[in-house]
Design a protein around this ligand. Structure first.
Ligand SMILES: C[S@@+](CC[C@H](N)C(=O)[O-])C[C@H]1O[C@@H](n2cnc3c(N)ncnc32)[C@H](O)[C@@H]1O
Length: 186
């Protein structure tokens, strides 16, 4: 019998309280509005409890759609509860790994929002998740990628460079605390 390697790096999940505190520093309106317009289709990958997904749903309106994906089932349940309360019917939430987005058609997404996913995803899933991003993004679509840096993050400069090399980089900012980039397909 093959023994499971207990040292294998797993997805990082956070408590719902930590998610709430983190959001205090990131006003959604200023972050999201430049990227999307009503009626578009967005993928919020590693969406957490849906703080941004809910704002996307509001901005996109009923003709638009948000695919919200997180491998933490607690987050997806919390998001679905909030969406129901707000009466949003344009969020399709999936408790699954971002490395398999087979429920999203190829070249169907206008905007990918990947805030904090690539530093939290188990490193062995990262490349497949990035390939899925490339597959679902429209030729003229845009992706916002961010990854925290530091001891609690799986992301290092070398990996970040490797990821960005597979896209056309529109803007990048390498801060001491995080990497941020706006990218499109090559
Ligand atoms: C730093 S949090 C960011 C949450 C959210 N994007 C935000 O900005 O509020 C990273 C999220 O990625 C999720 N995550 C980690 N590994 C994942 C994977 N393999 N697939 C999908 N989501 C994952 C975690 O559960 C967590 O909710």
């Amino acid at each position: 019998m093959k023994m499971e390697n207990s040292k294998e790096k797993k997805d990082k999940h956070f408590s719902l309280v930590i998610h709430k505190i983190a959001r205090l520093f990131e006003p959604p309106k200023t972050i999201l509005e430049p990227y999307i317009i009503k009626g578009q289709v967005v993928a919020d990958l590693g969406c957490g409890p849906g703080y941004y997904s809910l704002h996307f749903a509001k901005i996109l309106g009923p003709e638009g759609k948000v695919y919200s994906v997180d491998s933490d089932e607690r987050c997806i349940k919390a998001l679905e509860k909030k969406a129901r309360k707000k009466g949003y019917t344009n969020i399709e939430a999936h408790a699954t790994c971002a490395s398999d987005l087979s429920f999203i058609d190829e070249a169907s997404i206008d905007f990918i929002f990947s805030n904090g996913l690539l530093c939290s995803i188990a490193p062995k899933q990262r490349e497949t998740a990035v390939n899925e991003m490339k597959r679902i993004l429209k030729p003229n679509g845009l992706a916002f990628l961010s990854a925290a840096r530091g001891s609690y993050s799986y992301m290092i400069m070398e990996e970040w460079e490797k990821i960005l090399a597979g896209f056309k980089v529109i803007r990048r900012e390498d801060k001491s605390s995080e990497f941020i980039a706006e990218v499109s397909k090559q």
